[in-house]
Ligand binder design. Sequence first.
Ligand code: NI
Length: 375
Amino acid sequence: MTRDELIAFFEDLHRHPELSGEEERTTRLLRKALLNAGIELLDPGTPTGVIAVIRGKKPGRVIGLRADMDALPVQEETNLPYASCEPGKMHACGHDFHTACMLAAALEIKRREAELGGMVKVVFQPAEENAGGGVVVAASHELDDVEEFFAGHTYPGFPAGTLGIKPGPVMAAPDAFRIVVRGRGAHAGNPHLGVDPIPAAAALVLSAQTLISRAKDAFEPAVLSITHVEAGNTWNVVPECAMLEGTLRTLNEDVRRGMKARLDALASSIAQAHGCTAESEWKSGPPPVINDAGLCATARDLALRMGFSVKEQENTMGGEDFSEYLKRAPGVFIRVGTGGGIPNHHPRFTADPAALLPAAHYFAELALQRAGISS
Ligand code: NI
């Protein structure tokens, strides 16, 4: 793939964003490009998405490269000549960049097949944004033999030509919770004849933040946000129940477990203190993304040798289902500088196409070297 062909492919994906689980056109284009290059395809276990495999002629390791493919329900405001044609849908997280980048990497690895020992599997994963795709694809038996996984993600805070590589935890486990505080309805003029759930819910909203300051080591990051509060529907009725929804984000599995238990306990004790009951329900997100230290050193050395500048990426409390792969084998989640300065998921987010070919070349080289290259 030439630089121009790669940029054209990226711009085409950008014009036609598809939401999580709906990546049919993207899958069709990928399959066509991969099959045209004579690359073997494997079933990722999801209706959309694809796994490409390039088998070396000599023994070596099995390496996985992973790209996600889905867009977001965001109305684009970039004014780019190749802006989204789909109202209310946008590649606002750069997954079009990831898809194009890993396609070009797959094609390069195929071209250099004679040098390859081991095997490279390039995973094009659907539905990252709603965290459903990674669980299914990472569990596919087609990936059972993968020994190391690598993925890249657009990063507007670094310019093209810079990679962010950092060992240890780099993205959070994003868990969602819903707490229902139940009391007993009454006439608002006679609250003593019922049990008002609203003061209990209000006390819980305020007390929950003390878990961040009191219930964990100060050196362990965690965020707790209550983002949705609902109770009652008029001014003169004490409602039966109050509902709180929010998210807990942690970088460490022990802190994650501990904080969940503490929030559950706090909810039921505060409810009880007000004569109410509380039920909490958790929707667990993927685990935190934790980069392997040894592989980070290797990835960093290669990046420097290839002329990239390398920075320590910043941690974010966002989630990423690449961690589903890292549950099965070590790997590295690398931030690819794509400039622009507007954060991911924003309607004016852009990814500099100049970063595409160098990133594709880097991931191809990384996979070839880790799989086992022979000259
Ligand atoms: Ni993303």
